[in-house]
Design a protein around this ligand. Structure first.
Ligand code: BG6
Length: 292
């Protein structure tokens, strides 16, 4: 159906009441609601929904380049291309029974081939699992006659009540590259991460499970990932927020990006090879997680 500015979107609804919205522009999830109808993702009130600008919020796909780690535009071009609905995707190795899902497809246009001269098929499945989990599976196939490399991220904007009350568990003691210090490498000290200023870090070789605890909402997001060794943590804080035209001045208090990614070691695909990267998000009442 039609979304903001007439852009096409797909709405997924699961029997128990959870839902998700996916824009064909960017192949981007812009809404994920639990079965009480509460929005779990952050989308800026200033997001423009106007190509060629990427939509500010939800889950932008960063491909074939994360950030400015290469010659392409920031975060690559997948997030500002029109994807199509894939009506006949090749079979998925995991069962899709009981899931509500949509399959999207991105293939490079002639213009894309000029800026990134590689032929590929990028299939994205967005699925709601009974109980309300949101699962994104990306399959990228090299349909070219030569190998190519890429970096990747699911740039997920979680909605949080108050950033100063949020903790992230699962990244403590790990190494990270600090984007605010020329990607210098440091080791995270101590306990769970908390936030009191701008953060823009790429944690490397992270565990498959990361938890984002929202103390005020008494909600924990659990991010599970597969094929995506790294994790970006980003919050622009007040100064950068003011500098972004499509982001409200105070909105940094109500969002946190935790991004399942493959950045430090780019993925190489030989002709005919396929790569798969999956992230599953759950939102559970915090008490259920205590002691984990
Ligand atoms: C994060 C990067 O993933 O995305 C940051 O680590 C960047 O460096 C942020 O500022 C937002 O990027 P953009 O292009 O959507 O403004």
């Amino acid at each position: 159906c039609k979304g903001i500015n007439g852009l096409e979107k797909v709405v997924l609804r699961e029997a128990r009441g959870s839902s998700a919205e996916v824009y064909l522009y960017g192949g981007q999830v812009t809404s994920w609601k639990n079965d009480h109808g509460e929005e779990l993702l952050f989308v800026s009130s200033k997001a423009t929904f106007k190509p060629p600008k990427a939509i500010r919020g939800g889950i932008p796909i960063c491909f074939p380049q994360f950030s400015s780690h290469g010659v392409l535009e920031q975060h690559g071009f997948a997030r500002n291309r029109f994807w199509s609905i894939d009506t006949n995707p090749p079979p998925f190795p995991t069962s899709s029974s009981n899931k509500t899902f949509v399959d999207l497809l991105l293939k490079p246009s002639e213009e894309d081939a000029k800026i990134w001269p590689h032929s590929f098929e990028f299939r994205l499945r967005v699925a709601l699992v009974p109980g309300g989990d949101l699962m994104l599976t990306s399959r990228i196939r090299n349909t070219d006659s030569k190998p190519f490399n890429f970096t990747f991220a699911y740039h997920t904007y979680f909605s949080v009540s108050d950033i100063s009350e949020v903790r992230v568990e699962g990244l403590e003691t790990l190494d990270y590259l600090d984007n605010l210090q020329n990607r210098a490498r440091f080791t995270e000290q101590g306990d769970a991460l908390t936030f009191e200023s701008e953060v823009d870090k790429v944690y490397v070789s992270t565990p498959t499970k990361i938890a984002i605890l929202d103390h005020e909402k008494k909600r924990t997001f659990v991010l599970r990932k597969d094929g995506l060794p790294d994790a970006v943590v980003w919050n622009p804080w007040d100064k950068k927020a003011k500098a972004m035209p499509d982001f409200g001045d105070d909105e940094y208090k109500h969002m946190l990006c935790v991004e399942a990614a493959a950045i430090e070691k780019p993925i190489t695909l030989k002709p005919g090879e396929e790569w798969r990267g999956r992230q599953e998000l759950s939102a559970v009442p915090s008490s259920y997680c205590s002691g984990q």
